[in-house]
Ligand binder design. Structure first.
Ligand code: GDP
Length: 297
């Protein structure tokens, strides 16, 4: 039987916020995500080879953590939402200070608001000659989005994703905002969460990056993700370090699934391998029937 048990309040523990970065094309989403991934800005664990696995975590000096979805742009955000996945706690919306509020900035704002996700603005490219962060803030004010400097409640910070100016402070503001959300999860149960991305790796087989949202995932657990299943053979973080267990808000790439689930698919751990296999087979059958119907019409 599937676990639909409500967590007792006393079983809940604080969890790290999960962040999506959105904004207009070329305003610096990828640069910001790359900078944060490469320089573990706050804890200062800089350098090291990092891989793109679709999500990663950073740790602060005091041990606090933040998880980032490393797929910039709201296409990924909306695709996940379309599949019913509610993953993001906060959205960083990047606006280039040498440009202004652009159509995709407005779309990103609309998507975050529709999902009820608080926004923090990163006013980027302040290293550039002619950058004018105040003009961006004025543009936001005209949309009724008042940032703190303008007497409002919305957090914003001026940054350069290129040289790192202000990024640490931006993340501190992210954590302040996250505190207000009082994010909690129960780490002491079988894991569940969402698939972030998956691909077939020559040599290693199917690699799926998943974000644990409840419980703790362990090597050896039997996972059902969308229409795919399998025993977790190994888990790694974005630095390629082996991970034995992953609790709430921890992204890991896992080896062992029999295929590539889709971004936004839910995953669950099953005690009984047979039960998980049966459900996976049923889902594949349903999909085939649906495919037959759509090709007929
Ligand atoms: P995205 O489309 O939003 O992901 O934007 P990118 O991160 O790809 O950045 C677009 C361009 O702007 C690239 O050429 C970056 O090198 C450049 N860029 C991004 N951030 C900064 C910044 O803070 N300062 C400067 N000078 N250039 C930046």
């Amino acid at each position: 039987a599937k676990e639909i048990v409500q967590d007792n309040p006393e079983d809940l523990e604080p969890r790290a916020p999960i962040i999506t970065v959105m904004g207009h094309v070329d305003h610096g989403k990828t640069s910001l995500l790359d900078y944060i991934r490469k320089e573990n800005v706050i804890a200062g664990e800089s350098g090291g080879i990092t891989q793109h696995i679709g999500a990663y975590g950073v740790t602060l000096d005091n041990g606090q953590k933040i998880a980032f979805l490393d797929t910039p742009g709201h296409e990924a955000f909306t695709a996940m939402r379309a599949r019913g996945a509610q993953v993001t706690d906060l959205a960083i919306i990047v606006v280039a200070a040498d440009d202004s509020i652009m159509p995709q900035t407005k779309e990103a704002i609309a998507h975050a608001q529709a999902a009820g996700v608080p926004i923090i603005f990163a006013i980027n490219k302040i290293d550039k000659v002619g950058a004018n962060p105040e003009k961006v803030k004025e543009g936001l004010a005209q949309m009724n989005l008042l940032v703190e400097d303008w007497g409002g409640k919305i957090q914003s910070h001026d940054i350069s994703a290129k040289n790192g100016t202000g990024v640490k402070e931006l993340l501190e503001k992210v954590l302040l905002e996250a505190e207000l959300l009082d994010l909690k999860a129960n780490p002491n149960k079988r894991a569940s969460g969402t698939v972030v991305e998956a691909f077939l790796d020559k040599g290693r087989g199917y690699v799926s990056t998943i974000l644990v949202q409840g419980g703790t995932l362990k090597v050896g657990d039997y996972v059902l993700a969308g229409k795919n299943s399998g025993k977790v053979k190994a888990m790694h973080d974005e630095r390629g370090h082996e991970v034995k267990a992953a609790g709430p808000s921890i992204p890991v790439s896992i080896l062992g699934l029999d295929g590539a689930p889709q971004a936004g698919d839910k995953f669950n751990v099953y005690e009984d391998e047979r039960e998980a296999k049966q459900i996976a087979t049923k889902r594949m059958q349903l999909q085939r029937e649906q495919d037959v119907r759509t090709t007929k019409t």
